[in-house]
Ligand binder design. Structure first.
Ligand code: KPL
Length: 332
Protein backbone atom coordinates (compact mmCIF):
# COMPACT_ATOMS: atom_id res chain seq x y z
CA UNK A 1 0.00 0.00 0.00
CA UNK A 2 1.24 3.49 -0.85
CA UNK A 3 -0.20 6.09 1.53
CA UNK A 4 -0.56 9.55 0.07
CA UNK A 5 -1.16 11.99 2.92
CA UNK A 6 -2.83 15.13 1.62
CA UNK A 7 -2.02 17.79 4.21
CA UNK A 8 1.26 17.51 6.10
CA UNK A 9 0.40 19.54 9.23
CA UNK A 10 0.41 18.22 12.79
CA UNK A 11 -2.00 15.30 12.20
CA UNK A 12 -0.90 14.46 8.64
CA UNK A 13 2.76 14.78 9.56
CA UNK A 14 2.38 12.50 12.57
CA UNK A 15 0.38 9.83 10.74
CA UNK A 16 2.66 9.97 7.70
CA UNK A 17 5.81 10.10 9.80
CA UNK A 18 4.77 7.16 11.95
CA UNK A 19 3.84 5.02 8.92
CA UNK A 20 7.11 5.91 7.18
CA UNK A 21 9.11 5.21 10.33
CA UNK A 22 7.60 1.71 10.47
CA UNK A 23 8.55 0.87 6.90
CA UNK A 24 5.42 1.80 4.93
CA UNK A 25 5.50 3.64 1.66
CA UNK A 26 4.31 7.18 2.28
CA UNK A 27 4.20 10.39 0.27
CA UNK A 28 3.33 13.64 2.00
CA UNK A 29 1.59 16.41 0.10
CA UNK A 30 2.50 19.83 1.47
CA UNK A 31 2.62 23.47 0.48
CA UNK A 32 4.41 26.70 1.31
CA UNK A 33 7.05 26.76 4.00
CA UNK A 34 6.20 23.23 5.12
CA UNK A 35 6.87 21.88 1.61
CA UNK A 36 10.20 23.72 1.38
CA UNK A 37 11.34 22.53 4.83
CA UNK A 38 10.30 18.92 4.20
CA UNK A 39 12.07 18.88 0.83
CA UNK A 40 15.14 20.40 2.38
CA UNK A 41 15.61 18.39 5.57
CA UNK A 42 12.81 15.84 5.89
CA UNK A 43 10.31 15.63 8.74
CA UNK A 44 11.35 16.07 12.35
CA UNK A 45 8.84 14.20 14.50
CA UNK A 46 9.28 14.76 18.23
CA UNK A 47 7.53 12.36 20.61
CA UNK A 48 7.60 12.06 24.42
CA UNK A 49 10.39 9.49 24.20
CA UNK A 50 12.43 10.31 21.10
CA UNK A 51 13.01 12.64 18.21
CA UNK A 52 12.94 11.18 14.72
CA UNK A 53 14.38 12.71 11.59
CA UNK A 54 12.47 11.09 8.73
CA UNK A 55 13.24 11.36 5.03
CA UNK A 56 9.59 11.08 3.97
CA UNK A 57 9.05 11.82 0.26
CA UNK A 58 7.09 15.02 -0.23
CA UNK A 59 5.36 16.54 -3.25
CA UNK A 60 3.47 19.77 -3.95
CA UNK A 61 0.68 18.02 -5.84
CA UNK A 62 -0.32 15.36 -8.34
CA UNK A 63 1.99 16.69 -11.10
CA UNK A 64 4.92 15.29 -9.10
CA UNK A 65 3.46 11.87 -8.35
CA UNK A 66 2.13 8.97 -10.40
CA UNK A 67 -0.92 7.47 -8.72
CA UNK A 68 -1.08 3.68 -8.90
CA UNK A 69 -3.88 1.26 -7.97
CA UNK A 70 -2.20 0.53 -4.61
CA UNK A 71 -2.47 4.17 -3.47
CA UNK A 72 -4.74 5.09 -0.55
CA UNK A 73 -5.35 8.83 -0.21
CA UNK A 74 -5.58 10.12 3.36
CA UNK A 75 -7.07 13.59 3.64
CA UNK A 76 -5.71 15.52 6.62
CA UNK A 77 -6.25 19.10 5.48
CA UNK A 78 -8.53 21.29 7.60
CA UNK A 79 -12.22 21.00 6.69
CA UNK A 80 -12.30 24.42 5.01
CA UNK A 81 -9.65 23.15 2.53
CA UNK A 82 -11.39 19.87 1.68
CA UNK A 83 -13.19 20.95 -1.49
CA UNK A 84 -10.00 22.42 -2.97
CA UNK A 85 -8.13 19.19 -2.18
CA UNK A 86 -10.87 17.07 -3.77
CA UNK A 87 -10.74 19.31 -6.86
CA UNK A 88 -7.01 18.79 -7.07
CA UNK A 89 -7.04 15.01 -6.70
CA UNK A 90 -10.31 13.48 -7.94
CA UNK A 91 -9.57 13.67 -11.68
CA UNK A 92 -5.93 12.60 -11.53
CA UNK A 93 -5.26 9.59 -13.77
CA UNK A 94 -4.29 6.32 -12.13
CA UNK A 95 -1.75 4.05 -13.84
CA UNK A 96 -3.63 1.32 -15.74
CA UNK A 97 -6.68 3.49 -16.45
CA UNK A 98 -9.36 5.56 -14.77
CA UNK A 99 -9.03 8.44 -12.34
CA UNK A 100 -8.49 8.67 -8.58
CA UNK A 101 -12.13 9.49 -7.84
CA UNK A 102 -13.25 6.20 -9.41
CA UNK A 103 -10.34 3.96 -8.53
CA UNK A 104 -8.78 4.91 -5.19
CA UNK A 105 -9.93 4.84 -1.58
CA UNK A 106 -10.06 8.23 0.13
CA UNK A 107 -9.96 8.43 3.94
CA UNK A 108 -11.22 11.63 5.63
CA UNK A 109 -9.00 11.81 8.73
CA UNK A 110 -10.27 15.20 9.81
CA UNK A 111 -12.35 16.95 12.44
CA UNK A 112 -15.99 17.69 11.68
CA UNK A 113 -18.65 15.77 9.80
CA UNK A 114 -18.90 17.66 6.50
CA UNK A 115 -15.88 16.15 4.76
CA UNK A 116 -17.28 12.72 4.00
CA UNK A 117 -20.41 13.94 2.15
CA UNK A 118 -18.22 16.42 0.20
CA UNK A 119 -15.78 13.62 -0.66
CA UNK A 120 -18.57 11.33 -1.83
CA UNK A 121 -19.41 13.83 -4.61
CA UNK A 122 -15.99 13.19 -6.13
CA UNK A 123 -14.80 9.80 -4.81
CA UNK A 124 -16.66 6.50 -5.04
CA UNK A 125 -14.79 4.84 -2.14
CA UNK A 126 -14.92 7.09 0.91
CA UNK A 127 -13.90 6.19 4.44
CA UNK A 128 -14.49 8.16 7.63
CA UNK A 129 -11.79 8.36 10.30
CA UNK A 130 -12.45 9.79 13.73
CA UNK A 131 -9.03 11.07 14.80
CA UNK A 132 -7.95 11.78 18.34
CA UNK A 133 -4.32 12.76 17.98
CA UNK A 134 -2.85 15.51 20.14
CA UNK A 135 -0.06 17.04 18.07
CA UNK A 136 1.51 20.41 17.45
CA UNK A 137 2.97 21.97 14.33
CA UNK A 138 6.06 23.53 15.90
CA UNK A 139 7.71 25.05 12.85
CA UNK A 140 8.08 24.28 9.16
CA UNK A 141 9.23 20.66 8.94
CA UNK A 142 8.75 19.97 12.65
CA UNK A 143 5.83 18.31 14.41
CA UNK A 144 5.48 17.21 18.03
CA UNK A 145 3.10 14.36 18.88
CA UNK A 146 2.26 14.25 22.57
CA UNK A 147 0.44 10.92 22.73
CA UNK A 148 2.20 7.93 24.29
CA UNK A 149 2.70 4.98 23.76
CA UNK A 150 0.43 5.44 20.72
CA UNK A 151 0.58 8.89 19.14
CA UNK A 152 -3.14 8.83 18.52
CA UNK A 153 -6.27 6.82 18.07
CA UNK A 154 -8.51 6.41 15.01
CA UNK A 155 -11.90 4.80 14.48
CA UNK A 156 -12.21 3.94 10.79
CA UNK A 157 -15.23 2.90 8.76
CA UNK A 158 -16.93 3.07 5.41
CA UNK A 159 -18.94 6.13 4.41
CA UNK A 160 -21.83 5.93 4.01
CA UNK A 161 -22.44 3.33 6.69
CA UNK A 162 -23.08 0.45 6.84
CA UNK A 163 -21.27 -0.50 3.65
CA UNK A 164 -18.65 -3.17 4.35
CA UNK A 165 -15.27 -1.67 5.17
CA UNK A 166 -13.22 -3.42 2.48
CA UNK A 167 -9.62 -4.69 2.47
CA UNK A 168 -7.98 -1.26 2.03
CA UNK A 169 -9.39 -0.15 5.36
CA UNK A 170 -8.50 -3.34 7.23
CA UNK A 171 -4.98 -2.96 5.88
CA UNK A 172 -4.80 0.70 6.90
CA UNK A 173 -5.97 -0.10 10.45
CA UNK A 174 -3.33 -2.84 10.78
CA UNK A 175 -0.58 -0.64 9.33
CA UNK A 176 -1.47 2.29 11.60
CA UNK A 177 -1.67 0.18 14.74
CA UNK A 178 1.71 -1.35 13.92
CA UNK A 179 3.05 2.20 13.49
CA UNK A 180 2.13 3.59 16.94
CA UNK A 181 -1.24 5.03 15.90
CA UNK A 182 -3.96 2.78 17.40
CA UNK A 183 -6.70 2.19 14.83
CA UNK A 184 -9.83 0.07 14.74
CA UNK A 185 -12.41 -0.63 12.04
CA UNK A 186 -15.99 0.24 13.03
CA UNK A 187 -19.45 -0.13 11.54
CA UNK A 188 -20.38 3.35 12.86
CA UNK A 189 -17.49 5.80 12.32
CA UNK A 190 -19.83 8.80 12.02
CA UNK A 191 -21.23 8.13 15.49
CA UNK A 192 -17.64 8.57 16.71
CA UNK A 193 -17.15 11.66 14.58
CA UNK A 194 -20.30 13.31 15.94
CA UNK A 195 -19.10 12.55 19.48
CA UNK A 196 -15.75 14.12 18.62
CA UNK A 197 -17.55 17.10 17.10
CA UNK A 198 -19.05 17.81 20.53
CA UNK A 199 -15.57 17.66 22.07
CA UNK A 200 -14.17 19.94 19.35
CA UNK A 201 -16.73 22.65 20.21
CA UNK A 202 -14.12 23.68 22.80
CA UNK A 203 -11.53 24.41 20.07
CA UNK A 204 -12.88 27.88 19.34
CA UNK A 205 -13.07 28.87 23.01
CA UNK A 206 -9.54 27.64 23.49
CA UNK A 207 -8.46 29.83 20.56
CA UNK A 208 -10.24 32.90 21.96
CA UNK A 209 -9.39 32.79 25.67
CA UNK A 210 -6.51 31.72 27.89
CA UNK A 211 -8.86 31.27 30.84
CA UNK A 212 -11.36 28.46 30.49
CA UNK A 213 -14.98 29.50 31.20
CA UNK A 214 -16.62 26.23 32.31
CA UNK A 215 -20.13 27.67 31.97
CA UNK A 216 -19.60 28.71 28.40
CA UNK A 217 -18.03 25.36 27.56
CA UNK A 218 -21.04 23.56 29.05
CA UNK A 219 -23.37 25.82 27.09
CA UNK A 220 -21.76 25.13 23.69
CA UNK A 221 -21.69 21.40 24.39
CA UNK A 222 -25.28 21.34 25.68
CA UNK A 223 -26.45 23.16 22.57
CA UNK A 224 -24.52 20.66 20.46
CA UNK A 225 -26.07 17.70 22.24
CA UNK A 226 -29.58 19.23 21.94
CA UNK A 227 -29.12 19.74 18.22
CA UNK A 228 -27.95 16.17 17.68
CA UNK A 229 -30.91 14.91 19.72
CA UNK A 230 -33.33 16.97 17.62
CA UNK A 231 -31.68 15.66 14.44
CA UNK A 232 -31.81 12.07 15.73
CA UNK A 233 -28.08 11.76 15.16
CA UNK A 234 -26.32 9.23 17.37
CA UNK A 235 -22.99 10.16 18.93
CA UNK A 236 -20.52 8.60 21.31
CA UNK A 237 -20.35 9.85 24.88
CA UNK A 238 -17.25 11.29 26.51
CA UNK A 239 -17.11 8.29 28.87
CA UNK A 240 -17.20 5.92 25.91
CA UNK A 241 -14.40 7.85 24.21
CA UNK A 242 -12.27 7.92 27.36
CA UNK A 243 -12.79 4.18 27.92
CA UNK A 244 -11.83 3.49 24.32
CA UNK A 245 -8.66 5.53 24.70
CA UNK A 246 -7.81 3.85 27.99
CA UNK A 247 -4.12 4.26 28.60
CA UNK A 248 -3.28 3.82 24.93
CA UNK A 249 -2.90 7.53 24.26
CA UNK A 250 -1.68 9.32 27.35
CA UNK A 251 -0.70 12.96 27.03
CA UNK A 252 2.98 13.30 27.87
CA UNK A 253 5.32 16.26 27.55
CA UNK A 254 7.65 16.40 24.59
CA UNK A 255 11.10 17.61 25.67
CA UNK A 256 11.29 21.40 25.55
CA UNK A 257 7.72 21.78 24.25
CA UNK A 258 4.49 22.93 25.72
CA UNK A 259 1.32 21.75 24.01
CA UNK A 260 0.07 24.59 21.88
CA UNK A 261 -3.64 23.99 22.47
CA UNK A 262 -6.42 22.96 20.11
CA UNK A 263 -5.86 22.83 16.37
CA UNK A 264 -7.97 25.99 15.99
CA UNK A 265 -5.76 27.86 18.45
CA UNK A 266 -2.69 26.65 16.55
CA UNK A 267 -4.14 27.86 13.24
CA UNK A 268 -4.82 31.27 14.78
CA UNK A 269 -1.30 31.38 16.27
CA UNK A 270 0.38 30.82 12.93
CA UNK A 271 -1.85 33.31 11.12
CA UNK A 272 -3.28 30.60 8.88
CA UNK A 273 -5.86 33.01 7.46
CA UNK A 274 -8.71 30.58 8.02
CA UNK A 275 -9.73 28.19 10.78
CA UNK A 276 -12.05 25.23 11.08
CA UNK A 277 -14.73 26.94 13.18
CA UNK A 278 -17.40 26.96 10.44
CA UNK A 279 -17.23 23.14 10.48
CA UNK A 280 -17.17 22.77 14.29
CA UNK A 281 -19.35 25.34 16.14
CA UNK A 282 -20.67 26.35 12.71
CA UNK A 283 -21.85 22.78 12.07
CA UNK A 284 -23.97 22.98 15.22
CA UNK A 285 -25.36 26.34 14.07
CA UNK A 286 -26.23 24.82 10.68
CA UNK A 287 -27.90 21.76 12.22
CA UNK A 288 -29.71 23.97 14.74
CA UNK A 289 -31.17 26.04 11.92
CA UNK A 290 -32.23 22.88 10.09
CA UNK A 291 -33.89 21.36 13.13
CA UNK A 292 -35.31 24.43 14.84
CA UNK A 293 -32.92 24.53 17.82
CA UNK A 294 -31.42 27.83 19.06
CA UNK A 295 -27.61 27.77 19.28
CA UNK A 296 -26.55 31.26 20.45
CA UNK A 297 -23.33 30.20 22.19
CA UNK A 298 -22.05 28.28 19.18
CA UNK A 299 -23.02 31.14 16.88
CA UNK A 300 -21.16 33.58 19.12
CA UNK A 301 -18.04 31.38 19.14
CA UNK A 302 -18.20 31.05 15.36
CA UNK A 303 -18.55 34.83 14.91
CA UNK A 304 -15.88 35.71 17.46
CA UNK A 305 -13.32 33.28 16.05
CA UNK A 306 -13.96 34.56 12.54
CA UNK A 307 -13.43 38.10 13.84
CA UNK A 308 -10.21 37.06 15.59
CA UNK A 309 -8.89 35.59 12.32
CA UNK A 310 -9.89 38.71 10.42
CA UNK A 311 -8.32 41.08 12.97
CA UNK A 312 -5.22 38.95 13.53
CA UNK A 313 -5.97 38.67 17.28
CA UNK A 314 -3.35 36.64 19.14
CA UNK A 315 -4.58 33.31 20.57
CA UNK A 316 -6.19 33.69 23.99
CA UNK A 317 -6.43 37.49 23.68
CA UNK A 318 -10.01 38.00 22.49
CA UNK A 319 -11.61 40.69 24.69
CA UNK A 320 -14.18 39.09 27.00
CA UNK A 321 -16.46 42.15 26.83
CA UNK A 322 -16.51 41.94 23.04
CA UNK A 323 -17.39 38.27 23.21
CA UNK A 324 -20.23 39.01 25.66
CA UNK A 325 -21.59 41.60 23.21
CA UNK A 326 -21.45 39.10 20.34
CA UNK A 327 -23.17 36.52 22.53
CA UNK A 328 -25.92 38.95 23.51
CA UNK A 329 -26.49 39.77 19.82
CA UNK A 330 -26.52 36.06 18.88
CA UNK A 331 -29.09 35.38 21.57
CA UNK A 332 -31.66 37.82 20.25
C1 KPL B 1 -8.52 17.32 20.72
C2 KPL B 1 -7.64 17.14 19.51
C3 KPL B 1 -6.24 17.58 19.77
C4 KPL B 1 -7.55 15.64 19.28
O1 KPL B 1 -7.06 15.26 18.04
C5 KPL B 1 -8.30 17.84 18.36
O2 KPL B 1 -9.11 17.27 17.71
C6 KPL B 1 -8.04 19.25 17.96
O3 KPL B 1 -7.31 19.98 18.62
O4 KPL B 1 -8.62 19.66 16.94
Amino acid sequence: MHYVIIGAGAVGGTIGGRLHQHGHRVTLVARGAQLAALRDAGLRLATPVAEHQLAVPVVAGPAELELTPDCTLILTVKSQDTVAALDTWADVPVRGGGVAGDRLPLVCAQNGVANEPAALRRFAQVYAACVWLPATYLAAGTVAAQGHPYSGQLQLGRYPEPDPPGPALEQLAADLTGSAVAASVRPDPMRWKYGKLLANLANGLDALFDERDPELLTQVRDEGAAVLRAAGTPHTTRAEEAAERGDRVELRPVAGQRRAGSSTRQSLARGAGSVEVDYLNGEIVLLGRRHGVETPANLAVQRAVRRAVHDGTAPGQFPVAEFRAILAASDS
